[in-house]
Design a protein around this ligand. Structure first.
Ligand SMILES: [Fe+2]
Ligand SMILES: [Fe+2]
Length: 341
């Protein structure tokens, strides 16, 4: 069977202030802003994209700026957290100290499912995990490594966030989710690892770790929440195939939407989590030079006639939305994943 989904494409969240958000993802986490635009479904609000510059697909975290919204919370339809991968346990230890030095409440290390992880929250309260493969599962060694690692003064090359590791929506029934993924997306590589439904791509990489919680409630997608999880589709043909399958049973979906940098199809899973199926290309450099990617407000061609109006409204809102760097970063909770002892 040919694969439809290659893995994660991007993950989109909600921030209350783009200046603070920009500072956190570029200066603290060391990602590069690759696009500054507006939300194409709500054109007077910003849409920011940060990524590993060399490989944006699978590393792009994007934010709608909606200062009007209150804080959201996780539940069905509002995913729990997302994880970036780092290169080694040593890099993870450096991150832990680097973040703590910046007054960001990093928590860890934890070991589960072949991974070693730390957790933190961004200025809007988004729960982030940094993780690295750790098949040994030796928590004692890891703690020792953390103790012996000194605080780096800057993000070293080995600390770079190269790609997402996984996203974690909350689901009520692993059987129902598995059936849904198989029926519409041909995803058969799924396993139920006791409380976590792992979804794997053809290379055997886990890209979704769905938290199984039959007694949760509907979440609220607002500031500090994951808005949607975009999966990378193999081809436009496959994207149309999925749309036809959804349509054939009357499963609500957006139809194919041209986002200019890629094409998208949106639909919800049985628990209401919003997924997007996005094509790999044409890419973020289709409308601005690679060297200056993300440095100015770019609009897709159909919004260019409204540029003046859009810039005016953004400036008006900015005037009432002063940037405030948190004096205290919120503590992350205990990890949801079943931990190795
Ligand atoms: Fe996780
Ligand atoms: Fe998206």
């Amino acid at each position: 069977m040919e694969s439809i989904v290659k893995g994660l494409h991007h993950i989109t969240l909600v921030t209350g202030n783009y200046v603070v958000n920009n500072r956190f993802y570029t200066e603290v986490l060391g990602l590069r802003r690759v696009k500054l635009s507006v939300n194409q479904d709500d054109i007077y609000h910003r849409h920011l994209f940060y990524a590993n510059f060399d490989k944006p697909t699978g590393s792009a975290i994007t934010f709608f700026e909606w200062p009007e919204l209150p804080r959201g919370y996780p539940g069905y339809g509002s995913p729990h957290h997302l994880a970036y991968r780092v290169g080694s346990p040593e890099a993870l230890a450096k991150w832990f100290h680097f973040l703590r030095e910046g007054n960001i409440a990093a928590r860890g290390p934890y070991v589960y499912g072949g991974l070693a992880s730390i957790y933190l929250r961004d200025p809007d309260g988004v729960l982030l995990e940094l993780t690295t493969p750790y098949p040994d599962a030796d928590i004692g060694y890891l703690k020792e490594l953390f103790t012996q690692t000194s605080t780096p003064t800057a993000i070293s090359q080995d600390m770079r966030l190269t790609a997402f590791d996984h996203a974690s929506p909350i689901i009520s029934d692993p059987k129902l989710t598995s059936r849904f993924l198989e029926k519409f997306l041909d995803i058969v590589k799924v396993d139920d690892a006791g409380g976590v439904l792992r979804v794997l791509n053809m290379d055997g990489d886990v890209y979704l770790r769905c938290i199984v919680d039959p007694v949760n409630v509907d979440g609220y997608v607002a500031r500090g929440s994951v808005h949607h999880i975009a999966l990378c589709v193999e081809s436009e043909e496959m994207q149309r195939l999925v749309m036809r399958r959804l349509n054939s049973v009357g499963w609500r979906n957006s139809g194919i939407v041209d986002r200019f940098w890629f094409k998208s199809l949106y639909f919800r899973d049985p628990d209401g989590n919003l997924f997007e199926l996005a094509t790999e290309g044409p890419g973020y450099d289709v409308d601005e030079p690679r060297e200056t990617l993300g440095s100015r407000l770019v609009l897709p061609p159909w919004l260019e006639p409204l540029r003046q109006q859009i810039e005016k409204k953004l400036a008006e809102r900015d005037a009432g939305n002063a940037a405030e760097w948190p004096t205290v970063f919120e503590e992350p909770p205990e990890p949801p994943e079943p931990l190795a002892q």
